[in-house]
Design a protein around this ligand. Structure first.
Ligand SMILES: Cc1cc2nc3c(=O)[nH]c(=O)nc-3n(C[C@H](O)[C@H](O)[C@H](O)COP(=O)(O)OP(=O)(O)OC[C@H]3O[C@@H](n4cnc5c(N)ncnc54)[C@H](O)[C@@H]3O)c2cc1C
Length: 269
């Protein structure tokens, strides 16, 4: 049992881990990649560095945490239930969780909005029992959602550009998603595909995590927090995953301040 599981190995997650380690807490950091920072070509406005590539800065942060004896693993979190965190091959339990998952990458498809699609198979799959549904996404998270949806219907068509080993798979760029005759329609090239429901499983979509847990999010899909506490006891969030400046400096600051709150919480428990 960890004192805290931190999801995200970007500036917010690593900073939180470093401060919790100072409080002698037993921490696990799980990150699937280097997030936004890994994609930033060059950072020139962060304290102490004239110029550094985002990827190098991210790697330095991870290395620093590991040198301090913090356990950092590369894996994707597929689901959180209570305070149990599940990846493809493992599940981990903690007394608290810090969500440092960065910005939500909403699927960049014309027409997609929350009233038209669902982001959580566990939450909404039940409403589509025996119905015809589409699943848009890729990777392990999409396969996880696919497995959940199979409990409710056999009629699932996957829209993905990746090479999944699935019978009903449609490759090709989705031009648009829209409502048509009480159905939901996906337009690929010039072909319209009609469904009762559409699920989106894009990796790094904190919407799915939020919906599974019942976390409140704002209109930008950021977790709503009060002093880094989400609406669920024991679950905290910070960095780009919450409303703020979306910068390395503010994410590092969030991580440190959240660690103080998490430490207080652990003491009270
Ligand atoms: C192109 C670009 C240029 C930028 N330039 C600057 C700049 O010049 N200066 C500046 O200050 N900021 C810049 N930024 C912003 C900066 O990178 C972010 O503000 C900062 O990285 C946010 O830190 P974070 O820890 O909150 O999130 P991130 O760095 O995005 O890290 C999120 C972490 O969460 C992990 N994660 C998410 N979902 C899961 C999951 N399901 N399972 C496991 N892990 C998960 C990711 O793998 C990653 O490790 C730039 C961003 C971009 C994209």
């Amino acid at each position: 049992m960890y004192d805290c599981i931190i999801i995200g190995k970007g500036p917010a997650g690593i900073s939180c881990a470093i401060y919790l380690k100072r409080f002698n807490k037993n921490v696990l950091v799980i990150g699937k990649d280097y997030g936004s920072l890994g994609r930033a070509k060059v950072i020139e406005n962060y304290y102490g560095f004239n110029s550094i590539s985002g990827l190098d800065l991210a790697k330095k942060g991870e290395e620093q945490a590991k040198n301090l004896g913090i356990e950092v693993i590369t894996d994707e979190v597929l689901e959180i239930m209570g305070l149990t965190v599940m990846t493809k091959n493992n599940s981990y339990e903690a007394k608290s969780i810090f969500l440092a998952t960065g910005k939500t990458n909403k699927a960049n498809i014309s027409g997609i909005d929350d009233s038209l699609v669902s982001y959580c198979a566990t939450c909404d799959g039940f409403f589509f029992r025996g119905k015809k549904i589409a699943l848009i996404g890729y990777g392990d998270f999409m396969m996880h959602e696919y497995d959940v949806l199979k409990n409710f219907t056999k009629d699932i068509t996957i829209f993905s550009n990746s090479e999944e080993n699935i019978k009903d798979l449609i490759n090709g760029k989705i031009k648009k998603v829209f409502s048509k005759d009480e159905k939901k329609c996906i337009l690929v090239n010039d072909t319209e595909y009609l469904f009762d429901g559409i699920f989106v499983a894009s990796s790094n979509d904190s919407m799915a995590i939020a919906k599974h847990l019942g976390l409140i999010t704002d209109s930008n899909n950021k977790f709503e927090v009060d002093n880094f506490k989400t609406n669920i006891d024991g679950i905290f969030a910070g960095g780009d995953a919450i409303d703020g400046l979306d910068q390395v400096s503010t994410s590092v600051s969030d991580g440190a301040k959240a660690a103080i709150e998490i430490n207080k919480y652990l003491k009270e428990e």
